[in-house]
Design a protein around this ligand. Structure first.
Ligand code: C2E
Ligand code: MG
Ligand code: MG
Ligand code: MG
Length: 283
């Protein structure tokens, strides 16, 4: 009967929920052990200057090789880490590892600023700034070589406190970027209030921009605005020559994207830096 069919469906539904939650519990349990098991790794993606075509920075992107069984997407495990609070330990590992890398490259004469992504939970810790300075001091890293990438959503919780923290970071010499710009729910007024150095234009305004007049209008407006506000603009996720051509003509300062390089292991990135490659700039 329809009743028992419904009953079955309900059971099926409940079963699949159980599978889902036991899977995410297993994921959480594995993530908890990831640091101790040495399964986390930072990859580095070059940022390229559109004046010179040269590498001028790197973004550190976290990778998790779960039980040495292949990489889990950060889009999947970062939200889990945030929900469970594991992001506190993981975030600290990311900052320490990036600082150690900066130190290593500095010692080799490779002076390259490295940006790390910071999640809301981390940034909103009361001692975030002090802790960051402690790590920089311990590792002997010049704060000018560390950048933080924050998303708009981080800042809405407590505006006044966030502004104070950003000012403190800047006074310490750490650079701060607004990441994924244009995808959050904050107002343009944020650009006025928060003392960012750099705006990272989200890939959704870069993808196929050459074919989309509406996207073009947005990119033009954003770059005009950032010029007045003295913000550096980095275009995220540039993949094609056509996208690059539009971005190049419209005053973005730097790009990051597969057109130049995907995220690389530290060794690969170091090799690339030493070979001193140049992005083919549009004419
Ligand atoms: P995000 O900070 O906006 O990083 C840029 C993402 O775009 C990266 O994805 C990068 O691999 C990808 N990307 C770069 N160039 C291209 C391109 O040309 N085309 C396309 N389609 N994609 C490109 P990834 O590495 O999967 O990271 C996803 C997100 O996970 C990051 O977005 C960031 O929000 C978060 N994340 C990564 N590492 C960390 C971390 O250490 N801490 C925190 N809190 N979040 C992190
Ligand atoms: Mg980022
Ligand atoms: Mg981004
Ligand atoms: Mg993004």
């Amino acid at each position: 009967s329809s009743r028992s069919y419904g009953g079955n469906r309900c059971t099926l539904y409940r079963d699949s929920l159980q599978v889902l939650s036991s899977e995410s519990l297993a994921l959480e349990a594995d993530l908890q052990k990831a640091i101790a098991r040495n399964e986390l790794q930072l990859y580095y993606q070059p940022k390229v200057c559109l004046k010179t075509g040269k590498i001028v920075g790197a973004e550190a992107l976290l990778r998790w090789n779960r039980c040495n069984n292949g990489l889990v997407s950060p889009g999947l495990f970062i939200p889990l880490a945030e929900e469970t609070g594991l992001i506190e330990t993981i975030g600290e590992w990311v900052v320490k590892t990036a600082c150690r890398q900066i130190k290593t490259w500095t010692n080799l004469g490779l002076l390259i600023p490295v940006a790390v992504n910071v999640s809301a939970y981390q940034f909103n810790q009361a001692n975030f700034c002090e802790h960051l300075m402690e790590i920089l001091n311990d590792q002997g890293v010049d704060p000018a070589y560390l950048e933080l990438e924050l998303t708009e959503s981080i800042l809405v919780k407590n505006e006044e406190l966030s502004i104070r923290k950003l000012k403190e970071l800047k006074s310490l010499g750490v650079k701060v970027s607004i990441d994924d710009f244009g995808t959050g729910y904050s107002s343009l007024n944020y650009l006025n209030k928060f003392p960012f150095d750099t705006l990272k234009l989200d890939r959704c305004f870069v993808k196929d921009v050459h074919q989309n007049p509406k996207t073009q209008a947005i990119v033009k407006a954003v770059t005009m605005m950032t010029k007045q506000l003295n913000l550096k603009v980095v275009a995220e996720g540039v993949e094609t020559a056509e996208e690059l051509a539009f971005i190049y003509d419209n005053l973005c300062h730097e790009i990051q994207g597969y057109i130049f390089s995907p995220p690389l292991t530290d060794a690969q990135f170091e090799g690339l830096l030493k070979s001193d490659p140049e992005l083919n700039l549009p004419n």
